[in-house]
Design a protein around this ligand. Structure first.
Ligand code: FAQ
Length: 309
């Protein structure tokens, strides 16, 4: 019978139709999706911290309201994604435990500190920009709940990217000190943003199978290239320099050539040795432990409601 189910699954993938939670799916497909969706959910939740650090120091009420809305959106994205993982049989408490004990990853980018207020703009522009580049193709993921979550996430992420760009554009119209602050911020975030797309294709163990299953739609290097090509004209419009002496237009390829990120730094961050890994996980652990009473109260309330006639 598994043979027939496998054939049906293969046909659904080949026809570009969606796999839904109740459908039969190979174990590897389920496992890969749980890994990727959980990692994505964890990234949204940990990703609240770098910008969250500036909520109490935003320079105006307007900027504070915008930043608060953005950070809340990230919490929402985390929740849609945990729900998508639950449709595959994952348990949310278990996923959180795996984040806190370091057995599941989150995006490398959130292990870098936000040193200045310009970093809020740079995260919106470059980090959300990279996130959109990576996630727009995932709206066509073969797994229905993930694809549908991505549509909503991408809409909100586009707004996030615009607010980051607008913040930087405002600072670039300001004083020399503000322009220098923007440039210094872009210098620090550029290479880590390129690393968000994952290792080069020839060192990416998951890409080939994930592409065959329609879980990923493009390779890491394809999306990194798309991001560079999209960002260069935006940098010109802003008046900032991207910190890569090898960056130039290649007429023959119809794309930009660019330098190699420092993959040893990427590997160190994935091992837990980035500038803020320990702090990010410690904060998440403390929030989880401090919230234990809320979970206990909600569980007791639900039990009482169920027991009531
Ligand atoms: N960081 O074989 P591959 C956001 C791991 S956006 C950490 O190429 P795959 C929005 C990878 O998991 C950020 N780990 O893997 C926001 C694998 O490890 P494993 C989140 C990384 O899965 C903006 C190993 O390396 N977005 O949060 C990274 O085929 C602003 C080998 O790599 C997503 O998660 C990395 N950068 O491709 C929030 C998008 N790259 O598990 C707040 C969905 C690779 O085998 C503020 N995910 N690894 O031990 C994906 O598209 C894919 O999972 C990739 C990696 C492309 C990230």
């Amino acid at each position: 019978e598994t043979g027939t189910l496998q054939a049906l699954f293969d046909e659904t993938i080949a026809a570009e139709q969606r796999i839904e939670p109740r459908d039969w799916m190979p174990d590897g497909y389920r496992k890969t999706l749980v890994r990727q969706i959980a990692q994505h959910a964890h990234s949204e939740i940990i990703g609240m911290q770098p910008e969250g650090d500036w909520l109490t120091r935003a320079p105006s009420l307007r900027r504070k309201a915008i930043l608060l809305a953005k950070v809340q959106d990230e919490a929402g994205h985390g929740l849609y994604l945990y729900s998508a993982a639950e449709t595959l049989g994952a348990d949310r408490a278990d996923l959180t435990a795996k984040l806190i004990d370091g057995t599941q990853k989150y995006s490398s980018i959130f292990n870098y500190p936000t040193r200045t207020y310009a970093d809020v703009g740079t995260i919106g522009w470059l980090v959300d920009g990279a996130a959109i580049c990576n996630q727009v193709p995932l709206c066509r993921s073969s797994f229905g709940p993930y694809a549908r979550a991505m549509i909503r996430v991408c809409k909100e992420e586009s707004f996030h990217q615009r607010q980051g760009y607008e913040l930087l554009a405002t600072m670039m119209r300001g004083t020399d000190e503000q322009r220098a602050m923007v440039q210094e911020s872009v210098d620090r975030w550029w290479w880590p943003a390129l690393m968000m797309f994952g290792p080069p294709d020839d060192e990416s163990p998951n890409t080939e199978q994930s592409m065959r299953w329609g879980i990923k739609r493009n390779t890491n290097d394809e999306l990194r290239q798309r991001f560079v090509d999209m960002t260069v004209p935006q940098a010109e419009a802003l008046g900032v320099t991207l910190p890569d002496p090898a960056l130039r237009w290649n007429d023959r390829r119809g794309a930009h050539d660019f330098g190699e990120p420092d993959w040893s730094e990427f590997k160190a961050v994935l091992r837990g040795d980035g500038p803020c890994n320990a702090e990010r996980v410690a904060n998440r652990r403390a929030a989880h432990e401090d919230g234990a009473w809320v979970r206990a109260a909600a569980t007791a309330f639900a039990a009482r409601e169920q027991a009531a006639p």
